[in-house]
Design a protein around this ligand. Structure first.
Ligand code: FE2
Length: 273
């Protein structure tokens, strides 16, 4: 049986009775998008190992948004373990107000960051990094977080690692998004160079599928369950919300194939009127 890791990203669940900020531009409902992704994923004939929620779990970081999120995730939580990663729209306090059980079990009560590692079976391990820098949209990996990663990868020698983070550790020529990419990507690449067992990196934030590389490892950005950002190299470099479909990703590992990544497009997401 392959390992099948579902990745739902950039959910942007807004406060009750409001819309997510970018919904003002395209009218999509983040709650409907999440529900559509969950319904479709659970209808697939795939034996899911776990689900990773790769940041921008909610839109503004309030506890009430995380409460809504927890309710919305209940059907998924019944079927598989959920693993969380924080993005620039998240807040650690808001997350901990509702998911402190998760924080304690995985990062530990005294940790300042939501970083942890979990075995997926068959010699595969998921390592989750925290790139949130509260008050900014930029992805950061301070020395404390990089040191943690070095230690975690050292302890995971002999296993293969899929490394998850919210912000992309790459740029693609868009001024707005490039300014938010992980600032310490060169330092991250140095850590990876010492740990060849990291097979691939998975991230979110870009709200579209991209395949890049860092230190010779593939980096895959997952689509958002809420909306897509159109590719935009226009003169003003403003990447707006457009009519591409939202979606989700999943990653499978089996002995003969190694890690394979898939994306699914969700075309039938209802709009808010
Ligand atoms: Fe996002």
């Amino acid at each position: 049986m392959p390992i099948s890791l579902l990745q739902l990203s950039d959910l942007h669940i807004p406060p009750p009775g409001t819309r997510a900020q970018s919904a003002l531009k395209n009218g999509r409902s983040p709650t409907d998008g999440l529900q559509a992704a969950i319904t479709y994923a659970l209808s697939m004939r795939v034996q899911w190992t776990a689900a990773l929620l790769s940041g921008d779990l909610v839109d503004r970081g309030s506890a009430e948004e995380y409460r809504l999120l927890r309710q919305a995730l209940a059907p998924l939580e019944k079927r598989m373990p959920l693993y969380f990663c924080l993005g620039n729209h998240d807040s650690r306090n808001g997350f901990r107000a509702v998911f402190n059980d998760f924080w304690s079990a995985h990062a530990g009560d005294d940790s300042s960051f939501l970083q942890y590692q979990v075995p997926l079976g068959q010699g595969q391990r998921l390592v989750v990094l925290d790139t949130l820098w509260e008050g900014s949209d930029v992805g950061r990996l301070c020395s404390e977080r990089l040191d943690w990663l070095e230690t975690a990868l050292h302890s995971a020698r002999g296993e293969q690692v899929i490394l998850a983070l919210h912000h992309p550790p790459f740029v693609f020529g868009n001024t707005i998004f490039d300014a938010m990419a992980v600032k310490e990507r060169a330092e991250l690449a140095k850590v990876l160079a010492r740990h060849p067992q990291v097979e691939r990196l998975i991230c979110g934030h870009l709200h579209r599928t991209m395949l890049a590389s860092l230190a010779g490892r593939p980096v895959i950005s997952a689509p958002s369950t809420f909306h897509a950002y159109g590719m935009d190299h226009a003169e003003d470099h403003r990447s707006g919300v457009d009519n591409e479909a939202p979606g989700f990703a999943f990653h499978q590992w089996q002995q003969d194939c190694g890690w394979l990544s898939h994306t699914v497009s969700l075309r039938q997401v209802r709009s808010v009127h």
